[in-house]
Design a protein. Structure first.
Length: 558
């Protein structure tokens, strides 16, 4: 094949690829490689197709061969990083993204992907810097701005006013330009009629959102509310099927445009539309920007404001958002539920609570199953202080990111810097089933909450398995979730106001095994009898909150 013929075929293949005609592009790439197997661009592009086809090992081999032939191509390094990320090898992925940036300093995708990798490996400080650099290159990038505001939740010492300002900037840049699509609502103004409630989420599956929505959906009063779900589900599972049985009107909006979803919601006559994602992956905030329902609410899936003027309310409670403390950092009006802002539904396959492991082992094991995203340098340093304070103690950390040996090495180096040898740190990757995940709590005596972004599901799971959680309170919702959970369990003695107190509470608890053993034996019963698991009572409180919002809207209509 002559160079001219090669270029023509390659141009045609690339045109097919860019237009989404993957089969045609793949056929041409394979034809070229059958005649000329050492074409790096073709190897790279075929590798990209293999990655898109969820064949990452083949993609790894193809792009690796391309790099062997031409190691100076930034795109090769960046796309190899994407494949490595998919394979959960984030330590190697970070190195590839950095190499791509070294070759091409204004490479948006490399900066953006590096930022996400840094977040997923517990380095929010560098992640925020990388997101800012990506946004310097593309100031209007939707996803980069959203990921930045999420990353700021994990940043120690972040200014709440700056976090709020960044959310508002997102709203001004991406939501406000859609205000021209907002139309008047013709919903019936009858005050006491049954309300149509719509829940929007991409997480109606085995996910934290589902764990806290199931009892609410199961206990909604059909005389008071008619429930709709707008499910953007690229992945479904048994949870999806179970939740579908609880929702009278289930709408599959996967791959549907924002505008079409908004039109569907308007056509359904939804009175109150509830966002369950905020600035997390798969969100549909640009549906809410079009205001398809007269009342729009932010709830549950994100620990901060949306920053969008068309979302009217945010549901919370007085512990996570005490009156007078946090209102100024929300674009929404807060509606505080009287007890807890969440209701937890444990998985049916949870094992029974085990005996306290410290009694048979002779040492106390602290632990955290939170996302590495939340394990910033500050909280790891505090954990090191606790381990130094309690001689012989150990710590257990489990997370999907710890599949990668390089990420494990980075975590061990953090503990080493805090004076803790590797033998006292046990790092485990994600396990396949919820039952296996919960069984690992049999190894843990005391759970240590992350800060400034507290755990929610992980804290509830720990306490369901009899493991008390020590938390450090802050002055934003993200750093007050533990306050809400523990207050509702009447365990406020486990809430620290300062880092020194956090260390002290954990150390004292570790030194009192009879108390620790008693807590373990009683925590599941305490959970059952608390507001955290009162599904019927919680549903009535949420419905009362919806009535409050409805009444306010009716008054605003004159």
């Amino acid at each position: 094949m002559s160079p001219v013929e090669l270029q023509k075929k390659l141009d045609l293949a690339t045109t097919h690829h860019q237009a989404g005609r993957v089969a045609e592009a793949e056929s041409l790439y394979l034809e070229i490689l059958s005649l000329m197997p050492d074409q790096p661009d073709v190897l790279h592009l075929l590798g990209v197709i293999r990655q898109q086809q969820s064949r990452p090992l083949e993609a790894l081999k193809l792009i690796g061969r391309a790099l062997d032939l031409n190691p100076r191509q930034a795109a090769y390094h960046c796309n190899l990083g994407v494949v490595l990320t998919e394979l959960k090898l984030r330590g190697r992925a970070k190195a590839e993204y950095r190499q791509a940036i070294q070759l091409k300093t204004d490479y948006f995708e490399a900066h953006f992907n590096l930022a996400n990798c840094l977040m997923e490996t517990g380095d929010p400080e560098r992640a925020v810097a990388s997101f800012h650099r990506a946004m310097e290159i593309r100031p209007d990038e939707f996803e980069a701005m959203g990921n930045l505001v999420y990353a700021m939740q994990c940043l120690p010492g972040a200014d709440p006013a700056e976090i709020f300002a960044q959310h508002l900037r997102w709203g001004q840049k991406h939501a406000d330009p859609l205000s021209g699509e907002i139309r008047p609502h013709d919903n019936s103004r009858q005050e006491n009629r049954r309300l149509r409630i719509g829940y929007v989420s991409s997480d109606f599956r085995e996910h934290s959102v589902a764990f806290f929505m199931e009892d609410l959906l199961a206990n909604h009063d059909p005389k008071q509310v008619e429930v709709f779900a707008y499910a953007d589900m690229h992945l479904t599972d048994g949870y999806t099927a179970r939740l579908q049985t609880l929702v009278p009107q289930w709408r599959n909006v996967t791959r549907m445009s924002y505008q079409k979803v908004a039109e569907m919601i308007r056509s359904d006559g939804i009175d109150i539309l509830v966002d369950l994602a905020g600035h997390t992956g798969g969100n549909r905030l640009l549906v809410f920007a079009r205001k398809p329902a007269p009342i729009q609410v932010s709830y549950l899936g994100y620990p901060d404001t949306s920053g969008i003027s068309t979302i009217d309310f945010r549901m919370t409670d007085g512990y996570a958002d005490p009156p007078g403390m946090t209102e100024k950092y929300y674009s929404e009006k807060l509606v505080r539920l009287p007890r807890s802002f969440v209701c937890y539904k444990p998985v049916a396959e949870a094992p029974e609570v085990s005996a306290l492991p410290a009694l048979s082992r002779g040492w106390v094991t602290f632990g955290s199953f939170n996302a590495l995203t939340k394990m910033n340098g500050q909280i790891v340093a505090l954990w090191c202080r606790i381990l130094r304070e309690v001689p012989g103690s150990r710590i257990l950390i489990k997370n999907a990111g710890l599949f990668d040996d390089l990420v494990k090495r980075e975590m061990l180096e953090r503990f080493s810097a805090g004076g803790i040898e590797a033998s006292r740190v046990k790092l485990l990757p994600q396990v396949q089933t919820q039952a296996a995940h919960l069984k690992m709590y049999e190894e843990m005596d005391i759970a240590l909450d992350t800060f400034p972004y507290h755990g929610t599901t992980t804290s509830c799971e720990a306490m369901w398995m009899g493991v008390p959680v020590v938390t450090l309170e802050g002055r934003r919702h993200a750093s007050r979730v533990g306050v809400s959970l523990l207050t509702n369990l009447k365990l406020t003695e486990l809430i620290a106001g300062e880092p020194e107190e956090y260390v002290g509470i954990a150390a004292r608890l570790a030194g009192d095994l009879p108390r620790l053993s008693g807590l373990r034996a009683g925590l599941r019963g305490r959970m059952r009898s608390s507001p955290l698991m009162d599904g019927a009572g919680f549903a009535r409180e949420v419905e009362a909150g919806y009535r409050q919002m409805w009444s306010q809207w009716l008054k605003s209509c004159g």
